[in-house]
Design a protein around this ligand. Sequence first.
Ligand code: NAP
Length: 307
Amino acid sequence: MQIALVGIGKIAVDQHVPSIAASPDWELAATVSRHGTVEGVAAYTQLSEMLDAHPEIRVVSLCVPPVPRFALAAEAIRAGRHVMLEKPPGATLSECHTLEALARQHRVTLYASWHSREAAMVPAAKAWLADKKLTRFTVTWKEDVRRWHPGQAWIWQPGGLGVFDPGINALSIVTEILPDPIHLTAATLEVPENCQAPIGAQLAFAHPTAQVDMVFDWRQTGDQTWEIEAETTQGTLKLLDGGARLQIDGSEQGEDADALKGEYPRLYANLARLVARGEIDMDLAPMRHVADAFTLGHRSLTEPFHE
Ligand code: NAP
């Protein structure tokens, strides 16, 4: 199937373009971006021009930041195209619900992709936790914003999510592997005084049997930490390296896996399956928790952030 990529920036170049190139299902047939192009691929700066020029391209994958995403997705859906959304699927929950209704109306596939859910050991973690009684659950997601988001002003603006941009990846894994629902009870958001979005967050959640705490921080230099630890009455599970590694009671499970390898190829395999079946996958659970944190969170101002 032919596919068009919209927003040729960091994640499109790092992951989408190589994953599409390696996929047996997809051919990159066009790009839409004001500044970016992919060698040998028809390039447009306006989505409307691409949609008009290429009625044969039935699928559009959106890699722009969250705020501009709704208008582009709605335009593609109204033009009868299937749409894949980078995470988070939008800037607000309501616009995501509107998009889903629009996709149903136009009978097209809409896929809210969560790349971290495709990390190698997430399914094994989910299977192990399915019949365990949880007593404590902690998420530690600490990384260096300057390393992963160089020069990206949008992440500090309203709708950019700040540290919840990576934090929502943790939440996408949590909402996939936990058998019981959780809901936020308290949060602290540390917001640089020259920014609109937090650089750090501490979250506490209610769970039927366990204490659940999460820490997201964008100020970690050196080694990066993307870890989930689940203590249960039958042992302790650790998901490390963003879900690429799994330990049960300290013993490594499965093969060594590169932290990111495989996530995006699996997303594009999922997309092919959804389009073939005419299905919608629009799970907004990770985004609900982020919205709750912005609703309930106590804000504390911290020192200004400069690149
Ligand atoms: P990015 O490089 O800053 O932006 C992607 C592209 O979107 C830009 O190159 C730009 O292309 C276009 N764009 C930016 N602002 C726009 C606007 N206001 N209107 C229309 N187009 C705009 O961002 P990114 O890191 O690739 O992230 C994009 C999405 O992928 C985000 O939702 C992010 O959470 C997600 N993601 C990022 C990473 C990562 O490691 N960076 C990992 C996983 C997921 P043109 O200027 O050429 O139009």
